[in-house]
Design a protein around this ligand. Structure first.
Ligand code: 5GP
Length: 114
């Protein structure tokens, strides 16, 4: 399955990239829902949360959380806090079927989410 995020990984379409390692990429969301809205994705294609296998992907997920913490610090939102979201499937509101973590911050978040 080739999504728009694969094209961003392969530099076939542009994105505002803020962080990159051999296995993880992070870039600003094209339609930001908060002053800071960054998507953190694995470079391998995992479509959604239900495709994650702990035995296989634990290290990769750890790297995604490390990325989130580093980016939050760089963006100056670590101290006041932020929200990490992974939408899964139709009811979860997922639109792009390449695993991604939303890093949202820079304003007060509300609960419950819509
Ligand atoms: P989802 O609803 O799947 O959890 O989130 C997908 C996110 O990807 C949305 O917030 C949407 O704005 C973002 N997005 C979709 N297409 C692009 C794109 O081409 N570039 C960037 N930077 N973000 C995108």
């Amino acid at each position: 399955m080739n999504t728009i995020f694969s094209k961003i990984i392969n530099r076939e379409i542009p994105a505002n990239i803020v962080y990159e390692t051999d296995s993880v990429l992070a870039f600003r969301d094209i339609n930001p829902q908060a002053p800071t809205h960054i998507l953190i994705i694995p470079k391998i294609e995992i479509p959604k949360v239900t495709d994650i296998k702990g035995s296989e992907h634990a290290e990769l997920l750890g790297e995604m959380y490390d990325a989130a913490n580093k980016i939050a610090k760089d963006e100056g939102i670590a101290e006041n806090g932020f929200r990490l979201v992974m939408n899964c499937g139709n009811n979860g509101g997922q639109e792009v079927y390449h695993l991604h973590m939303h890093l949202l911050g820079g304003r007060q978040m509300q609960w419950p989410p819509g």
